[in-house]
Each structure stands twice: as structure tokens, then as C-alpha cells.
Ligand binder design. Structure first.
Ligand code: AHR
Length: 325
């Protein structure tokens, strides 16, 4: 009991301090017009998905009356850590970030916790054992996305007994979507020995790298049946490489990607991609709701999973005219 009272007194003292300097206690320092202040440490601008995600966060902050401090880490963990430390120094009310890689966050997250600034993970997860370092994680189930890609492939080749040679373009090394999309896909296709992943390498989620790595795959492997790319952008870069090698994307080499951004959906509708697993970047509105709740000290679910679908070529043609990104 005594312990509990001390904890309450301590919480009260912390709350008093934070009234003056900002934090996650509901009485935090306010932005210019009394708005909640969020520091958002974005991964970068590596893909169409990321651009749509940034737009969603910025627009939602505006309509939710949240003052947004935004930084672009150019896909470097050290830049994200610097941005988070700067938000801690600025005593923002809440920090949200999409971790470029999964590991190496404990120290800076502990600093935010010690400053009593709540942290929300958005889009990507961290592998910290201490889940008290963040309030919630909003984003996709990347393992499930990988499984969906694998299931389509199994169905597509269900009547064939021949070996199926697959090349894989992984996302950023060490990132949650690269690790999980690889694992989910492997879990499904490894059930049938006719599927062989003959090459797997990172294309860093960018179009340029996707093209470069696919060119190398094509040179080294005379028979490629399928490309599984962890995002649309790498798939689109790979399409250029496939065409450059005189092959027909979508026919000579079947292509599965993840995201369903506009350019990917156009390539799917045009028959150059065969299947896309959706990963929604429109996380802004839910992020602002969660931020308001955690700053007020309200309970939020530890995990909020984004709702997503998949697209065949026919479905892409139907969806394209009303697609938001
Ligand atoms: O974390 C989400 C992934 O990051 C998207 O699938 C990819 O396009 C982006 O760069």
C-alpha cells in the first residue's frame, strides 16, 4: 500500500513538473494555439508508400489540430535517433516514429520514457523486450502480407509439377517489413519443394536498387519464373531490368509485390505485375486519435493492426479510378 501511495505521489510530482515542461500526463505544455505537439521521426522518402504515408500524417495532424514537428531520417537510424533526442529536448507532448530497422532503440526510448514523453510506434515495430518503452504500435501485419503473397503463388502453380524458380527483392536490411514479409512468404512456399528461392537480396525499398539487383539476378540466373518484391517500387525498378533483358514482365516472369500504391496498381492493371498485397500508408487519422488518447493518459490497445486487402489484375482495373494514393 505504502509503495502504491509513493508511486502516486511520485506520479503527482512528475505531473507537476511536466505541466511546465510538457509530456504525456494530460497537462502537457501546449503548441502555439494550445495544440498538442507531436514529434514525428519519419524513415525517409524511399518509396511511393512513404510519400503517401507522410502526406497522410501531415494532413491528419492539420485536421486534428495537432502541431506536427516532422523530420526525414533519409533511411538512417542515427538520424532518427537524433530527431527523437531533439523532440525530447523540445519537450513535445508525444513522439511517433516509424523505426527504419527493428533493433537498437532501447537507449533512446528509455530517454523518452524518463522524460515522461509517450512514444507511439507507427508502421514498423522495434524488437525491444521492454514493451513499456512505447504505448502502442499502429501498423500492418507484415508476416500476414508475406503469407498472402505466398498463398497466391501456391494457387497460381497448383496444377504444375515443374520446379518454380523464385527471386526475392527484400526491403531494407533489418527492417520489420523485410524480416516479416520474407518469413511469411517462406512459411507458405516452403511447404512444397517445387518452390525454390534461388536468390534473395535487399533492394532497400527503392526503385533504383530494385532495378540494379534485378539486373544482377537476371545475369546470374538463366531461368527465373517468379519475382517476389517486398514493395511496389522495387518491383517497378525490376520491371525495367526485365524489359531491358528482352523479357516480358508479368508473362515470362510473374511478379508479386506489396503496397498497392498508384504506380504499382497501374502496372498491375497493365499486366506487368500479377498480384499485389496491399499495405496501407493511410495511418494518419488513427495515429492522431491514439496520440490524443495517450497524452490524456487514456488506455489504448497495445497493438492496432491496419485493415488490408489484395489485388488481382482485374481488381486493380476496378480500383484504380478511386484509389487515394
Ligand atoms: O514499412 C512499410 C514499407 O516501407 C513499405 O511497404 C515500403 O514501400 C516502405 O518503404
Amino acid at each position: 500500500m505504502l509503495k502504491r501511495i509513493s508511486a502516486l505521489v511520485l506520479a503527482g510530482a512528475t505531473a507537476l513538473t511536466l505541466t511546465a515542461c510538457g509530456g504525456g500526463d494530460g497537462s502537457a505544455a501546449k503548441g502555439g494555439d494550445g495544440a498538442l505537439v507531436m514529434g514525428f521521426a519519419q524513415v525517409g522518402a524511399e518509396s511511393g508508400w512513404r510519400t503517401a504515408n507522410t502526406k497522410s500524417v501531415q494532413e491528419s495532424a492539420k485536421s486534428a489540430g495537432v502541431e506536427l514537428k516532422f523530420s526525414d531520417a533519409q533511411q538512417k537510424q542515427e538520424n532518427q535517433i537524433k530527431a527523437i533526442r531533439s523532440y525530447i529536448q523540445q519537450k513535445v507532448d508525444v513522439i511517433a516514429f516509424s523505426p527504419v530497422v527493428e533493433s537498437g532503440w532501447d537507449t533512446v526510448l528509455k530517454e523518452a520514457k524518463d522524460a515522461n514523453i509517450p512514444v507511439i510506434l507507427t508502421d514498423r515495430a522495434v524488437d525491444s523486450k521492454d514493451t513499456s518503452l512505447y504505448k502502442t504500435f499502429l501498423g500492418s501485419d507484415f508476416i500476414e502480407e508475406g503469407r498472402k503473397a505466398g498463398k497466391w503463388l501456391v494457387e497460381e502453380y497448383k496444377d504444375s509439377k515443374d520446379p518454380v524458380n523464385i527471386v526475392e527483392l527484400q526491403g531494407t536490411t533489418g527492417s520489420a517489413p523485410a524480416n516479416d514479409r520474407k518469413a511469411g512468404f517462406a512459411e507458405v512456399v516452403s511447404a512444397d519443394s517445387k518452390f525454390n528461392v534461388i536468390a534473395s537480396q535487399s533492394g532497400d525499398f527503392t526503385r533504383a536498387k530494385g532495378k540494379e539487383v534485378m539486373e544482377a539476378f537476371l545475369k546470374a540466373n538463366p531461368k527465373i519464373d517468379v519475382l517476389y518484391a517486398h514493395n511496389d517500387d522495387m518491383g517497378l525498378g525490376a520491371i525495367e531490368a526485365i524489359e531491358g533483358a528482352g523479357k516480358v514482365p508479368g508473362k515470362d516472369i510473374k511478379i508479386i509485390t506489396v503496397d498497392a500504391v498508384h504506380d504499382g496498381m497501374q502496372a498491375l492493371a497493365d499486366g506487368k505485375i500479377n498480384y499485389i498485397v496491399e499495405c496501407s500508408p493511410l495511418l494518419g487519422p488513427q495515429l492522431m486519435d491514439l496520440a490524443k488518447k495517450v497524452v490524456k493518459g487514456e488506455q489504448v490497445p497495445a497493438r492496432v493492426v491496419t485493415e488490408e486487402t489484395t489485388f488481382t489484375q482485374e481488381q486493380a482495373k476496378q480500383a484504380l479510378p478511386t484509389r487515394q494514393y
